[in-house]
Design a protein around this ligand. Sequence first.
Ligand code: CMC
Length: 443
Amino acid sequence: MKKKTLTIKDNRNGKVYEFDVKDGSCGPAVADLSSFYEKTGMFVYDPGFKSTASCESKITFIDGEKGILLHRGYKIEDLAENSDYAEVCYLLLNGDLPSKENKKKFINILTHHTMLHEQILRFYSGFRRDSHPMAVMVGIVGALSSFYPEKKYDFSTNKGKWVAVSRLLAKLPTMAAMAYKYSLGQPFIYPKNELSYSENFLHMLFSTPCGEYKPTKASVDALDKLLILHADHEQNASTSTVKIAGSSGANPFACVAAGVASLWGPAHGGANESVISMLKTIGKEENIEKYIKKAKDIDDPFRLMGFGHRVYKNHDPRANVLRKYCHNLLNEVDDFNISLFKLATKLEKIALNDEYFIKRKLYPNVDFYSGIILKALGLPESMFTVIFAVARTVGWISQWKEMTESENKISRPRQLYNGKDNREFVKINDRKNIQKMFPLQVD
Ligand code: CMC
């Protein structure tokens, strides 16, 4: 078969360069520009990685134009409808859905590593009482690396990788629930082995020593679906962060802590928290037009949170599934959450018919409805991104594992340098008209 190539001509000197074109099993082909600098002496400029495929992967496929999300070839809608979170974790990590027997073994392993070392519990009391739970999570997940040091666990072996994978998956819900309990000033609730992953998570979040929390089926289902829908999303900001950290050979628990930090931002996992604040600010249907106008105003920093996506330009399939589970769950909850949901659906309808959003292909993303589900489950906004982090841990660690099993080079992007060239050093007494320091103001 004829080799596929891309030819690039440098119009400055007429030189022509050829690069291999590689086809994936689905999606756009890639031009292999890894020798671009070697051949042309130039770097490839792509801030925000809008056109960059950073790796080969077999885990998740997204077609943003058609609104398709596949995990190991399975449609996200089918997984959400027919599977559970533990199965999806197994699928992402192993490539296939588990047999009955393997599922049982996998759940057994996850269940038997949910407890934290008692020493870790002491870390919590070092955090300010009013800390954002994501701040606590960045610290506590990072602290796990000291309990699983490279000296003891060789993370380049299958055995070492499995320790990282199983402990992270099993312990993240416990850590998240404890971050919540700490913010409330309530005693930590220990995991219960007889419960499913999502039931146990709800138990640790909402039970107290005075009373056992008995979640409804709709709550367990909604949380489980929410975890499935957030489990992985190919090379997004936090996953890329985990992999960049991991590319240096860093401890996987520390790499996942880096992923938690990256997820926190409002343009990424922090958007679910911002959606609820936005809906509360909008308050009632009569105000929607005013806020749509603000979102469209280039001079106004207000954006419709939960709208738009770097990849999805048609619809986010995860948002469609969540809208459905929102309906089911809201049948059981209070008027406040129902009014938020009504406001959200109205806002979605108006925005989807607005020329500005149509032209820019801005559709509701997964975070538009996830906040409403989490609110209906009884969680405060500050916990929303924490739940996202728990769900995404499997994606981070599956992608980290895949990276370590392939030819792995340290991630080291280059830059277009636009600063000063070669200045002569000026001794302190000879320095004149030096600009004011920024951002440090010396008063
Ligand atoms: N409201 C109003 N205008 C928007 C919005 C929005 N939510 N999102 C994008 N735009 C406009 C943007 O101003 C720009 O307009 P113009 O072409 O006139 O300059 C155009 O649409 C393209 O936007 P962009 O910022 O260049 O797109 P991006 O791919 O860099 O950003 C995004 C994607 C998700 C960061 C952005 O859409 C956004 O900030 N959305 C709100 C935050 C949000 O919901 N984030 C959750 C993402 S999904 C969960 C996850 O995977 O983490």
